[in-house]
Design a protein around this ligand. Structure first.
Ligand SMILES: [Zn+2]
Length: 221
């Protein structure tokens, strides 16, 4: 595949992932989100400040140093560049990042409560551990970006963080897998809150992750 068609294909995947978030019903009332996909070691594609009705040609190409290389971002979006670039820098294997204000996950973020891994989808789809909370800082500020970098360093295998008093930030190998994990996390947050009314969610038994891995390997072989 040529470089251009590879970039076009990643842009399409990002647009499709954004659409899937609306279809799955994990968006907040405002429809606020920003999504990005990595192009190479130095650049990524970023949504222009909106995601409803997004088309591939509206994505901007941004450098990991924060420079907008191609396309246009609404002024407010300049702040969110650093929220994405800090993750790409910290995790070279990450191919896509999604930030949403998904309501149930945001309830955990607002309550400064880490989201435990106590549901099958979270266990299977990339977050077999609790989602940690990053302390609040104004979006895109040094405090906020440093907070994200600190948590990523302390939690080298987490694929998501809750941004205190703000929302959710999820990262994965590609746009589709990352959107899938956003949905799994939002469902899990809903289930935790619902379970609280009937006595509270209960942890998996010890060894659950290993058992799931074995069963996935059995099905795949
Ligand atoms: Zn936000």
């Amino acid at each position: 595949m040529t470089e251009t068609s590879e970039a076009e294909s990643r842009a399409q995947q990002l647009v499709e992932a954004a659409r899937q978030l609306f279809v799955a019903g994990v968006m907040s009332h405002s429809g606020h989100a920003n999504l990005s996909v990595r192009l190479d070691a130095d650049r990524f594609l970023l949504t222009p400040g909106f995601v409803r009705g997004l088309e591939a040609h509206q994505l901007a190409t941004v450098g990991l140093d924060g420079q907008v290389l191609e396309g246009e971002l609404r002024s407010v979006s300049a702040e969110i560049i650093t929220m994405h670039s800090v993750v790409y820098r910290a995790r070279p294997q990450v191919g896509a990042i999604i930030h949403t204000h998904s309501p149930a996950a945001t309830a955990f973020a607002v309550a400064h409560r880490p989201l435990p891994c106590r549901t099958e989808p979270m266990l299977r789809f990339g977050q077999p551990e609790e989602v940690p909370v990053v302390p609040w800082g104004p979006r895109g500020s040094d405090v906020s970006v440093r907070g994200i970098a600190d948590v990523l360093e302390r939690r080298p295998t987490t694929a998501a963080v809750l941004l205190a008093n703000h929302g959710l930030l999820v990262f994965g190998p590609d746009a589709a897998a990352t959107a899938h994990l956003v949905v799994a996390i939002e469902e899990s947050a809903e289930a935790e809150i619902a379970a609280a009314a009937i006595g509270g969610a209960v942890d998996f038994p010890a060894g659950a992750l290993e058992a799931v891995r074995e069963s996935i390997a059995r099905v795949a072989s």
